[in-house]
Design a protein around this ligand. Structure first.
Ligand code: ADP
Ligand code: ADP
Ligand code: ZN
Ligand code: ZN
Length: 760
């Protein structure tokens, strides 16, 4: 499927004078109907070009084509810093942003395959009622009445509400707000059918039922203001359920809701047993399976079940279902079940699922933009990802991919490298051409591609070990192993094999001191910066206070020093219903967050805003010594020395957030660090630095465990635990433990096979 060579014709997307973030007046042509891969070290400017310039401008131009009354309701995209971007087509950004935390959204619903299954069951089920909404757990006619289609239900635990060793008069009711003498308490103490002086343990079954669920007669209650009201009696449990379960409790204080939550237990819905549907819907079967049985099967297994229908049922529905399931499988997600809530998927899984949707789309002529689609993918599955990217292109779309994985780079019709290095040392185009030409290029990526892999010669000897015994979380098949301390351990295996289940569950449950350095968002990140996260703001403010004789709080954009227009945010945020909020620069402070008067005060020629605009690298030179210098060095050591000290944490990628968290926890010894795919967003040349850093952390007397797919990291570990053999129910076992050199000889392991190819 070789494409004709790419020439920079005037038919491509033309970018002229891009200057967003660190870009230095970049101009280029991106060929249409081709796959262009953008490479370069992290922080070089790939996202600034592809996402902040091309995608934003495409979206902005698209919105401008709508009539003004519609445009009014669309998010306002600020014009990127670029002279012109022309010949754009409709953009589709397929990124790692979560698919949405809605508990009603599942793998089946977001890929639409569940909708087709509903039609199939309605028309071809043994008892099919011809009504597709009956099979929808999001429709009142189909949903289980108990859990309202969520599959999980909260139940009250009456035992937690009462103390059987006491009488009502002695305070047997444990719910908050029922203290002896209160109006709530009188409701039960004064009720004629209950004996307030009798211990609950001595109640008859009937009396207990009256207390918890009774509903006849009235009772008189005296309120603190002297009012006496006669109220209809309601049992303790029923009253609690009515107030806390059936009603929207959003108006209650968080403390009240938290307190009430103590009396609930959450679990699989007892009525539908997690099937989400009512009994009528579940009665409809095809070959003995109902639609919930299908949804609870792993996609790879469901394919076989549906395929047996193909001969008997002459309907295109079956073909459509199989095609979508095969695409989910092809992208390496065959271990998922259709009823899996999308809120529990990782960013990489979510991105690949979005890709499946677009493959099914009939639209062509779009510009697809991907952000590191290989995240979380085992080398075995990368070639399948490439097939899908090619399929998108061959349908007549333009495909742009930001990627670090050499195997994905190989899919490129055209490669653009931004560099030469990060931040102020990057922002220019250092290479444009074919993948073959890139391999010969004298750029960091070209050099990285020519490098051959080595393997750790002398693995470190072990210290004591941390046992994991009979782990059964998710798909784990009762596995036991030992994690050596004082060394670097890589946990490997295809996606869905059980790596996170093994490490996260075992460590969270058994080793409370372990430090998880993950990629999750940092709370309050729009006001936080690397400087505030690393607790550098106090010492910096003190420097300025000392030099100026002013109060230190003047040098805070969260306090006295804040620009009054944007309240120290540097930008103005507009919330738009159903969309991501839209931000625009504050024109008063020009995004610098501070009042003009604060900026008169200087330390060694720099004002506070200048200091916060410095990268960690520059700051390392500016702060001559002390904790400021040490933290700046930690940022450089973790490979994010190019970040601005005052850059909003909301602008960081997952990989950058992870490295920032690592920088904060670098010092110390005797600690267990756990990192999930720390190579995310890292260039080939950065990976060497990462391995060096992990080794230094170990050498300081720590234990480091990485969940990784990157063969350069795996080959440098002291110990490897490989899970598999496949994902989901065909995974969950330990297929290999040993040194990387032994792993390369383990032909029964997918990781072993790919490691030996990498070393060849
Ligand atoms: P890449 O995608 O190649 O990793 P980026 O385009 O994200 O690189 O970043 C290029 C440079 O611009 C880096 O120095 C980064 O810190 C900086 N940068 C990125 N986004 C922002 C932002 N929103 N505000 C300020 N600086 C930013
Ligand atoms: P890995 O880390 O190797 O990619 P995981 O430990 O994430 O694998 O997943 C192992 C299995 O457990 C997979 O079948 C996955 O679908 C399942 N699983 C993981 N997390 C959840 C969850 N929150 N709910 C249900 N199943 C899950
Ligand atoms: Zn239910
Ligand atoms: Zn401002």
């Amino acid at each position: 499927m070789n494409q004709t060579p790419v020439t920079a014709t005037d038919e491509g997307i033309q970018v002229v004078g891009a200057r967003e973030n660190n870009l230095r007046d970049v101009s280029l042509v991106i060929p249409k109907n081709r796959i262009t891969v953008f490479v370069g070290v992290s922080g070089s400017g790939k996202s600034s070009l592809v996402f902040d310039t091309v995608a934003v401008e495409a979206q902005r131009q698209l919105n401008a084509t709508f009539p003004w009354n519609i445009r009014h309701d669309l998010p306002k995209f600020e014009r990127p810093h670029v002279d012109a971007v022309t010949r754009l087509t409709t953009p589709v950004v397929v990124d790692q942003r979560p698919l949405g935390g809605n508990a009603r959204s599942t793998v089946g619903t977001v890929t639409d395959v569940y909708t087709v299954m509903r039609v199939l069951f309605a028309n071809h089920g043994n008892d099919g009622l011809g009504q597709t909404w009956l099979y929808s757990f999001n429709d009142p006619k189909g949903m289980c009445p108990e859990c309202e289609g969520l599959g999980r239900a909260r139940r009250v635990s009456p035992e937690l509400m009462i103390d059987r060793g006491k009488s009502i008069a002695e305070g047997a009711i444990l719910l908050p707000g029922y203290t002896v003498g209160s109006a709530n308490w009188q409701f039960y103490a004064n009720y004629e059918r209950l004996d307030a002086e009798k211990k609950l343990a001595d109640y008859t079954d009937e009396e207990m039922h009256t207390l918890l669920h009774g509903s006849s007669g009235t009772v008189e209650v005296t309120y603190p203001n002297g009012n006496v009201l006669s109220l209809r009696y309601e049992g303790l449990v029923d009253s609690f359920v009515r107030r806390h379960l059936k009603r929207d409790t959003g108006g209650m204080s968080k403390a009240a809701r938290d307190k009430a939550a103590e009396f609930f237990t959450e679990g699989v819905c007892p009525t539908c047993e997690g099937a989400r549907l009512n009994q009528k819907a579940l009665a409809t079967r095809i070959d003995g399976h109902n639609i919930a049985d299908w949804s609870q099967m792993q996609v790879s297994d469901l394919i076989g079940v549906v395929a047996t229908l193909r001969e008997r049922l002459d309907t295109p529905l079956v073909t459509t279902i199989i095609e979508t399931l095969e695409q989910i499988q092809a992208i390496g997600l065959g271990y998922l079940t259709l009823d899996r809530s999308t809120s529990t998927l990782s960013g990489g899984e979510g991105q690949r699922l979005k890709l499946v949707n677009h493959l099914g789309s009939e639209l062509t002529g779009l510009t697809y933009i991907f952000d590191e689609p290989s995240v979380g993918l085992h080398p075995r599955d990368v070639s399948r990802l490439n097939d899908l990217l090619r399929a998108l292109r061959d349908k007549g779309n333009t495909v742009l991919v930001v990627e670090h994985d050499p195997d994905v780079m190989a899919v490129a019709d055209h490669v653009v490298e931004i560099g030469p290095r990060a931040g102020v040392h990057g922002g220019t185009i250092v290479f444009e051409g074919s993948h073959e030409e890139l391999r010969a290029a004298d750029t960091l990526t070209g050099q990285g591609l020519r490098r051959t892999g080595g393997i750790k010669e002398n693995p470190r000897p072990w210290g004591r070990t941390l046992p994991i015994v009979n782990a059964t979380a998710n798909n784990l098949k009762n596995v036991s192993t030992e994690i050596p301390t004082g060394v670097l351990t890589a946990v490997t295996g295809v996606a869905g094999a059980g790596k996170s289940s093994l490490i996260a569950h075992a460590f969270r449950a058994q080793y409370p001191g372990a430090v998880f350095v993950d990629q999750s968002p940092i709370p309050r990140s729009s006001r936080s910066t690397p400087a505030s996260y690393l607790k550098l703001m106090d010492p910096i403010r003190k420097l300025f206070a000392k030099a100026s004789g002013e109060d230190a709080s003047l040098f805070s954009f969260n306090s006295k020093g804040a620009c009054e227009e944007c309240e120290g945010r540097g930008l103005l945020i507009t919330e738009v219903a159903y969309m991501d909020p839209v931000t625009t620069h504050c024109e008063v402070c020009e995004g610098r967050r501070f009042k003009e008067s604060v900026l008169q005060h200087r330390v060694r020629g720099k004002n506070i805003a200048d200091v916060l605009e410095m990268s960690a690298e520059e700051a390392g030179e500016f702060f001559l010594s002390g904790p400021l210098r040490a933290k700046a060095n930690a940022l450089i050591e973790t490979g994010i020395g190019y970040l601005g000290l005052g850059q909003s944490l909301a602008t960081l990628s997952g990989g950058e957030r992870q490295r920032l968290k690592l920088a904060d926890r670098l010092s110390g010894s005797g600690t267990v660090y756990i990192l999930d795919e720390p190579t995310t967003g890292l260039h080939l040349s950065d990976i060497d630095n990462l391995v060096g850093l992990l080794n230094r952390i170990v050498d300081r007397g720590n234990t480091v465990i990485v969940i990784e797919h990157d063969l350069a990291v795996i080959s440098q570990a002291d110990w490897v635990i490989d899970l598999g053999p496949e994902g989901g129910n065909t995974g969950g076992e330990i297929v290999f433990t040993g040194t990387p050199a032994d792993l390369a000889r383990a032909a029964h392991s997918h990781t072993g096979q790919h490691l030996s190819l990498y070393l060849a």
